[in-house]
Design a protein around this ligand. Structure first.
Ligand SMILES: NC(=O)c1ccc[n+]([C@@H]2O[C@H](COP(=O)([O-])OP(=O)(O)OC[C@H]3O[C@@H](n4cnc5c(N)ncnc54)[C@H](OP(=O)(O)O)[C@@H]3O)[C@@H](O)[C@H]2O)c1
Length: 278
């Protein structure tokens, strides 16, 4: 169980339909809604950033989201909800390299509420765990990592022709699928979504980063929503290390800016939890 205080809702402009959350998720998070989209995959994303826009400290052993959020428990609980409503969770290979022992399930991010997350997936008719999807151009991913070696978690690697060749030099664990549409360098977001649809059908896809992958999804305008946690930390930057913001590899403004619509603001102590429609 958990002793977390409830989120305080500061602004709520719900869209879609309410998804009932099992107790105590309902008591802590409050109302949760998602649009009911059946004719295509619905794509949401979730990030945490410092006040000065840093999403990774990019320091050895300290480049995960926990260093950004301050290991914030409300943030972890919300990540658990988003993973619980998702049919698949997608990350780039850079994110996997930053947190190599991670698996993208609610259980992993917030173990105290496993029964509630399981109940939620059961109510929604979802598989036991979301499909974990790793996007890699190079194919340089270590198939011995937990995300590939946990039998109850099905994992898909979406990669290029070159990545496909490299990966098939190794023994592929039974829970892992590898998909390549023959791309030379990068995989398009549309190809990622197609591979997921082919594997498990349409549903909710959660993009959990990192900045390169998110940039590609924003660039191709295939992202529906952004959940953004604002951690009350100023990380700073200097010339010794690159500290990425939400997006790497693309420049939108001023020529082709992305303006979002704010739909939800919640607070837990000094952290802000923002939700935008794109
Ligand atoms: N604060 C947060 O909420 C948050 C969330 C996620 C990640 N992060 C942090 O972000 C950092 C990693 O940043 P990053 O930009 O390197 O992350 P990333 O986008 O996860 O990883 C980049 C790598 O992913 C693969 N990739 C991404 N898009 C691709 C595409 N369209 N086609 C083919 N391959 C693609 C490539 O892998 P190959 O190198 O194999 O070609 C690329 O080098 C980590 O420190 C992580 O902890 C923070």
């Amino acid at each position: 169980m958990t002793e977390l205080s409830p989120f305080e809702t500061l602004y709520d402009h719900p869209h879609g339909h309410d998804i009932p959350l099992p107790t105590p998720l309902d008591q802590i998070y409050g109302r949760f809604s998602l649009p009911k989209v059946v004719d295509r995959t619905y794509v949401i994303s979730n990030f945490v950033t410092t006040l000065d826009g840093v999403v990774s400290l990019n320091a050895p052993g300290q480049s995960g989201g926990s260093e950004i959020s301050g290991n914030n428990q409300h943030d972890r609980l919300l990540m658990g909800i988003l993973r619980a409503v998702a049919d698949s969770v997608v990350v780039g290979a850079g994110t996997l390299r930053a947190v190599p022992r991670h698996v993208w399930t609610s259980e992993h991010i917030y173990p105290a509420l496993v029964p509630a997350y399981r109940q939620l997936r059961h109510w929604l008719g979802k598989a036991e765990a979301p499909l974990n999807v790793i996007v890699s151009g190079s194919g340089e991913v270590d198939l011995r990592l937990p995300v590939f070696q946990t039998p109850k978690i099905a994992t898909l690697i979406v990669t290029t022709k070159r990545g496909d060749h490299l990966l098939h030099r190794h023994e592929i664990p039974p829970s892992v699928g590898i998909v390549s549409d023959g791309a030379e360098n990068a995989v398009t977001p549309t190809a990622v979504l197609k591979a997921i649809e082919k594997a498990i059908g349409r549903g909710v896809v959660l993009i959990e980063g990192g900045p390169h992958l998110l940039g590609d999804f924003l660039a191709d305008r295939v992202l529906d929503e952004l959940f953004l946690t604002l951690a009350p930390q100023i990380a700073g930057r200097d010339h010794t290390v690159e500290r990425p913001g939400l997006v790497s590899g693309h420049c939108f403004a001023p020529g082709d800016p992305r303006w979002l619509k704010l739909t939800d603001v919640r607070r837990a102590n000094d952290h802000l939890f923002l939700r935008y429609q794109i």
